[in-house]
Write a protein that binds this ligand. Structure first.
Ligand SMILES: *[C@@H]1O[C@H](CO)[C@@H](O)[C@H](O)[C@H]1NC(C)=O
Ligand SMILES: *[C@@H]1O[C@H](CO)[C@@H](O)[C@H](O)[C@H]1NC(C)=O
Length: 173
């Protein structure tokens, strides 16, 4: 029989461990949108940094290529595949492929749930509750929610625990 103490202990332990990201969605070779609620990661008009923009999952932003880190991805700008999402140490930026270290251009996509469901028209939901983790420093892409950060704010990198697994990934169908 479980003692009251051990029940309390297991509740405490369950509360202490955050929802674990367990799967990597099947996105290699596809075009994707990286979204957080009603927003997605898009490109700023100066072309280098990323900004949040209203979700448009039928219009993908990133073409997903292999990375030299097995199971990780290189996220290329869909309209110019010479540019890859790069961890510059400060912000994520789109820089020429190979202009930074492989780890700075490698991203793990870790999701709570890997699915293949119809999304909004023209899209398939492929990953839910995801983290997009830089192999350079294990920080995570952070797309601010419009409730706290205005649309058009920079997409940043943050501590993964603080950012939370809130990203959903859509393939443009
Ligand atoms: C990805 O988008 C590019 C540019 O629009 C297009 O040429 C390519 O066929 C798309 N790839 C897939 C797998 O849909
Ligand atoms: C990404 O690469 C790292 C380093 O090689 C590896 O530990 C990790 O398992 C990879 N991530 C995924 C989701 O495969």
């Amino acid at each position: 029989m479980l003692s009251i103490a051990s029940i309390f202990l297991s509740v405490l332990l369950a509360g202490a461990s955050p929802a674990r990201a367990t799967c990597s969605p099947a996105i290699l070779g596809t075009n994707i949108s990286i979204t957080n609620g009603p927003l997605e990661a898009g490109f700023s008009s100066n072309g280098l940094t990323l900004v949040s923009q209203p979700i448009s999952v039928a219009t993908p932003e990133f073409a997903v290529a292999a990375s030299s880190f097995s199971g990780n991805f290189t996220l290329l700008k869909v309209t110019n595949k010479a540019l890859a999402l790069t961890n510059t140490g400060a912000l994520p930026e789109t820089l020429s492929v190979g202009s930074a270290s492989a780890s700075a251009q490698s991203w793990a996509v870790q999701c709570s749930s890997c699915v293949s469901e119809n999304g909004p028209p023209g899209s398939t939901l492929i990953g839910e509750g995801c983290l997009v983790v830089s192999q350079l420093d294990q920080r995570c892409l952070n797309i601010g929610l419009s409730t706290t950060t205005p649309v058009g704010s920079p997409v940043t990198l943050g501590n993964c625990q603080a950012v939370g697994s809130s990203i959903n990934i859509y393939i443009a169908a």
